[in-house]
Design a protein around this ligand. Structure first.
Ligand code: ACO
Length: 402
């Protein structure tokens, strides 16, 4: 690692690194990835252990505060989050301003940004207490806002949060309960939802997290920063990949059509890529994809759709790609999004909600990273340089003479 911060001041030199492939923009003690080994740790704990033994709310505590909570700390945190799950009633009007066929990610970007207008008593970034309340508010309210975006898109009444349910069950309840029928959350499905949240909770300096940090570096309020993260996450090269991956698997449709799509993915004249494949950092199997694959099989089994054609296509596509020289040479493996869509589809979410669910989960990662940055005495405004390749200085010509 070369620390080049003083290079420009001393010599006028700077580095050129489009896409930040080899530039660290910050120090962080939150998440560790070893892309060659396929290893992911939250605060030092392997993701496989957290997926197996912990739950999303405990992982939130771990990411935010750095240590696993004891029982009293966990009970207190749980209570603080649960108490903040309601959103201001006036928010309902804000939703009604959107076209009813708007993409739920477009709605979410708007409503998260609008939180700064509703909760301006927690926008002073210099006050640690306000930072803390803003963090709790976002972790607590994002599921409510996401569920409202879903309900609005399907034309059903909004469902209020329930304090007697755990985080994932409450979210499923707000999405799928309807006034006319009793809705009971299946604990196994809730566990799968919780697992998806845990696996997506943080991933160090990915595009959306870097966006949150860059926005926060100007001392913008936390809600504005998280809204910027949501907007960035929407892109199909990032969080939009789960939606794109399931659409692709459906488009392939049957196992016999896989070779045609593999051929297209390898053709440099064809813009098609295997969605849910490849990763900037993992040059080995994404550890989250392994957990996700097992969860997909379990959820489909519980729901009695074990012969799901989409899962069959996914498994066969993975098998063929992992034996293909093109993918082997470039170290392209399934990423977290390859199997998550299969699970979410089976639970009953439309593809347009997939990235919204990713945003709900990643909110804690964004906030933890934002808090870490704000508290850093070395904090500086993020201000990348550029390599200018435009015109050299020239004289203005009046319009009549051009
Ligand atoms: N299908 C086919 N070829 C691919 C794929 C893919 N999914 N991904 C990368 N490649 C090829 C590229 O064409 C390139 O080939 P070349 O060296 O012959 O030119 C090589 O692999 C390297 O690819 P880059 O685009 O340079 O790698 P980068 O690190 O910039 O991109 C990314 C990573 C964006 C994730 C890419 O793999 C991709 O587009 N994947 C599909 C989208 C996706 O699944 N995104 C989700 C990422 S995970 C997340 O956000 C949660």
């Amino acid at each position: 690692v070369i620390d080049i911060r003083s290079l420009y001041a001393k010599t006028g030199l700077f580095t050129y690194d489009p896409g930040f492939t080899s530039t660290a923009a910050c120090d962080s003690a939150i998440t560790y990835i070893d892309g060659d080994k396929g290893e992911l740790l939250y605060r030092g704990y392997p993701i496989e252990q957290l997926a197996d033994k912990s739950n999303f709310l405990e992982v939130c505590y771990l990411l935010l505060y750095g240590e696993l909570p004891d029982q009293a700390q966990m009970a207190d945190f749980d209570q603080r989050v649960t108490r903040h799950t309601m959103v201001h009633e006036q928010m309902h009007y804000f939703y009604r301003g959107f076209r009813r066929d708007a993409h739920p990610m477009a709605v979410l970007t708007g409503v998260v940004g609008a939180m700064a207008a509703f909760y301006h008593d927690s926008t002073d970034i210099n006050d640690p207490q306000q930072r803390e309340i803003a963090s709790i508010r976002m972790i607590a309210k994002l599921p409510t806002l996401a569920a409202m975006a879903y309900k609005y898109s399907v034309g059903q009444p909004f469902v209020y949060p329930r304090n007697d349910l755990d985080y994932a069950s409450n979210f499923l309840h707000m999405c799928f309960a309807v006034p006319a029928e009793e809705y009971k959350v299946d604990p196994e499905i809730a566990r799968a939802m919780d697992l998806i949240f845990t696996l997506h909770a943080d991933h160090e300096q990915n595009a959306s997290t870097s966006t949150v940090r860059l926005s926060g570096s100007s001392d913008a309020n936390p809600f504005a920063c998280i809204a910027a993260g949501v907007a960035c996450l929407w892109g199909p090269a990032h969080g939009g990949a789960n939606e794109a991956a399931l659409n692709m698997l459906r488009q392939i449709g049957t196992v016999d059509r896989i070779p045609e799509y593999i051929r297209r993915a390898k053709d440099k004249n064809d813009p098609f890529r295997l969605m849910g494949f490849g990763h900037r950092v993992y040059k080995n199997y994404d550890p989250r994809a392994k957990v996700m694959q097992a969860t997909a099989a379990r959820v489909l089994d519980i729901l009695g759709v074990e012969n799901n054609p989409t899962l069959q296509v996914a498994k066969e596509l993975e098998r063929i790609a992992l034996e293909d020289e093109y993918f082997v040479e470039r170290k392209l493996y399934p990423n977290v999004d390859f199997y998550s869509g299969v699970i979410l589809d089976a639970i009953g979410f439309p593809t347009s909600m997939f990235t919204v669910l990713f945003a709900v989960a990643r909110t804690v990662g964004w906030i933890s990273q934002w808090k870490e940055m704000i508290a850093d005495p070395q904090k500086k405004i993020g201000r990348p340089r550029q390599l200018y390749n435009g015109a050299t200085a020239r004289d203005y010509t009046p319009i009549a003479q051009r």
